[in-house]
Design a protein around this ligand. Sequence first.
Ligand SMILES: [Zn+2]
Length: 332
Amino acid sequence: MTSYTELGLVNTVELFKKAVSGGYALPAYNFNNLEQLQAIIQACVETKSPVIMQVSSGARKYANQNLLKNMAKGAVEYANELGCDIPVVLHLDHGDTLELCKDCIESGFSSVMIDGSHHSFEENIALTKKVVEFAHSRKDYVSVEGELGILAGVEDDVSSEHSHYTQPDEVEEFVKKTGVDSLAISIGTSHGRTKFKPEQCTRDANGVLIPPPLRFDILEEIERRIPGFPIVLHGSSSVPMDYVHIIEKFGGKLKDSVGIPEEQLRRAAKSAVCKINIDSDGRLAMTAMIRKILAEQPEEFDPRKILSPARDELKKLYMHKNINVLGSANRV
Ligand SMILES: [Zn+2]
């Protein structure tokens, strides 16, 4: 059994308070391997940004939970070595059972998400409450993120778009009854690189898809009901067309890619939204560079020569996000 303080990690409580009052959002970046972790730490140290490193249950299967835990410990030491003591959170992304959350908490996570959003409102409350009771009773307080509303996405086959948004009249009861530390909401962001179907979008003069705007009216109503309470946005990649074009130029196929415009995320970050999850953009950045290197240097077979440009591009992307989108730079 490991407590996160032994790994040099912190929970989200103080970080979210500062983010809400300071009008910025913390970056929540997923990692599954060494290069992603290096890029996250380098970018956040150089921009002096606190950071939430996220591990999904898929990442635990892909990389092994013990390896990931020790990589997180190494990441804290690496940040110190680079000369900036940035606060680092290790967070479980989309936990779906009490057992998984317990397992992560006992192996050193400082924060967990329990996603009961696919259950009924009552079942979501009951499940989330159980996770909160376990997490908050630890010697070192572990923070918990809950979710209300379902994000649209290509995986969803529910036809009614409106039923996915968070219902503002449910948030007070949910927060009060569960005791969560933060709440993920659905206001039009979406997982993946095809966040909307083409028929939901308009097109600009170049034929690039323009998505429907985020529902800031719902966000404002939620903020009115739970003032200052930390809000989380999932599925907040912007799907830069530069990366999509590089990938397609070198043989990739990414039809109908569309993300959330960065100006809208910047606006959200200035509100009670204090954690913004960005994953697809990082995948696109790495894939673009890997495809480019493999195509332009067909004789190359050293994985380091293939992966280091991908890592550098990822770092560049994350620095840009911290400085220009989230506003989390220079907050340490
Ligand atoms: Zn998510």
